[in-house]
Design a protein around this ligand. Structure first.
Ligand code: F3S
Length: 386
């Protein structure tokens, strides 16, 4: 591969993998079973990124199951989201290049909900920080936090360099976090991720005193924890599958910490012109909850439910789509509030995602409100945060 005997794209991909292995002192390459590629939105890639992809697509093909992170728009119904035609045309060229490489153009950050589901201890090469954290922790598979180009290179090679979180010695938790706060909603899990990150920056937490956690809770927690500063791996005693020893160094998260997280994330002001649920992409359970809350109501604010297209198909067949769309809310498949070109369009967003708040504030310069899904639906209906 490195000599170019298997084509130019494979050679370039192998050069990237070898360079990373050299930098991080890897002794060997390891086989991977799947890849998740981030860096899909034309908004982030620009023409230089598109050119980079097209070069790979000239003679390159992925060697393992490879799925894609959200794009900058709903690939089928982008007009509904007021995306410009110029942007849509460029975004389609990006998707065409990925498709030519043999990648499944799934465009979701929850690939584990739609068929890219590794086994415990399997090695993978995923980018997208929430998915990386989920797959390392909740599933117990192994990946570093890849960038878009390194994930793509691993997909083309079918292997990655064995360093970082692929190795046992780098997966040891280094702070014990005892959670004394009550977790009643997905947004509480996001606030928990924020609180732990502030006390365990760049560390791997081993968490105790949590008795229950749904997949939706854990995907929200995975997103928030890594966004606000911890490493993309956590352990929750009796919930996550990988065995680990409890570290001696202990911190406690109290209700005050959780309240402090809400305070830090929530900006002043009550007016809300944008609401977004589905960061990480909404599961069918979350969509069902939104549909029931919206049933028979009309929204004032622009309201996006961001999800995988496959999940929306399920919502169509269950009647949830009708209930949601009759209220004026919209499905935004294949995309999300962080990667769609939203800067300047909205002033204040309400969401149940702590990660969503980070990007809405940082990338799109919106004011942010974090609350549970009922509070977000209420904000959409009234155009205010009560
Ligand atoms: Fe997914 Fe976008 Fe949130 S990629 S985790 S919905 S910021």
């Amino acid at each position: 591969m490195l000599n170019g005997e298997m084509g130019r794209a494979t050679q370039k991909a192998m050069e990237i993998i070898v360079a990373l292995g050299d930098i991080y002192g890897a002794e060997e390459l390891i086989e991977i079973s799947s890849v998740q590629v981030a860096g899909v939105s034309y908004h982030n890639l620009g023409d230089a990124g598109l050119e980079f992809l097209n070069e790979f697509a000239e003679d390159g093909k992925v060697r393992v199951l490879t799925t894609l992170n959200p794009a900058g728009m709903d690939l089928e119904d982008w007009k509904k989201l007021a995306i410009s035609e110029d942007f849509a045309n460029k975004q389609k060229l990006v998707i065409d290049a990925f498709s030519k490489l043999g990648i499944i153009t799934s465009c979701t950050c929850t690939p584990y909900l739609i068929g890219n589901l590794p086994r415990f201890r399997e090695h993978v090469a995923w980018s997208e920080s929430s998915a990386v954290t989920f797959v390392n922790s909740v599933i117990g598979a192994r990946t570093n936090r890849e960038g878009g180009p390194s994930a793509l290179a691993a997909a083309i090679v079918g292997k990655t360099a064995a360093y970082g979180l692929h190795l046992d010695e780098n997966r040891v938790p280094d702070v014990h976090v005892d959670v004394k706060a009550k977790l009643k909603s997905i947004s509480d899990w996001g606030a928990l991720g924020y609180s732990i990150s502030k006390k365990a920056e760049n560390k791997i937490p081993y968490i105790t005193s949590i008795k229950r956690a749904s997949i939706d809770d854990l995907k929200s927690f995975s997103a928030s924890l890594v966004t606000y500063g911890a490493k993309p791996l956590f352990y929750i005693r009796n919930i996550t599958p990988e065995k680990a020893k409890r570290p001696a160094n202990k911190v406690t998260i109290t209700q005050d910490d959780l309240n402090g997280a809400y305070k830090a994330i929530n900006d002043e002001g009550e007016e809300i012109d944008f609401v977004s649920i589905g960061c990480p992409h909404a599961s069918i359970n979350e969509i069902a909850e939104v549909a029931k809350l919206l049933n028979g109501k009309k929204v004032k604010a622009e309201f996006w439910i961001t999800t995988a297209r496959q999940t929306k198909t399920l919502a169509d067949s269950r009647g949830y789509t009708k209930m949601i769309e009759e209220s004026g809310a919209k499905f935004a498949c294949d995309t999300c509030l962080a990667v769609a070109p939203l800067k300047g369009r909205f002033k204040s967003v309400a969401t149940n995602s702590a990660k969503g708040c980070f990007y809405a504030r940082g990338t799109n310069q919106m004011k942010t409100k974090l609350g549970d899904v009922a509070k977000c639906v209420d904000a959409a209906v009234n155009g205010r945060w009560n």
